[in-house]
Design a protein. Structure first.
Length: 80
């Protein structure tokens, strides 16, 4: 479904990664409520914005976006 740009709501630039641990529960052992390990934010969207996909490999996050013409790479070796 494509929405005409004239009626599309305006979005604010923002980038964020929420790192979850599916093995650890945030509350009462419920696997549907994974524990949050880390929240990484780019609140101005200066580096990358409108994230649509993420892959984690070799201690790096690879970020896909609707608005950028590149794949973002975030080194997480010091975080996890």
């Amino acid at each position: 479904l494509n929405i005409p740009r004239t009626i599309m709501p305006k979005t604010e630039p923002y980038g964020g990664i929420l790192v979850l641990d599916p093995e650890a529960s945030a509350t009462d052992g419920d696997a549907s409520n994974p524990a949050v390990l880390k929240l990484i934010q780019d609140p101005t969207g200066q580096d990358i914005t409108h994230l649509t996909g993420i892959t984690f490999q070799d201690k790096k996050f690879y970020l896909g976006s609707l608005k950028n013409d590149f794949v973002g790479v975030y080194d997480a070796s010091g975080l996890l």
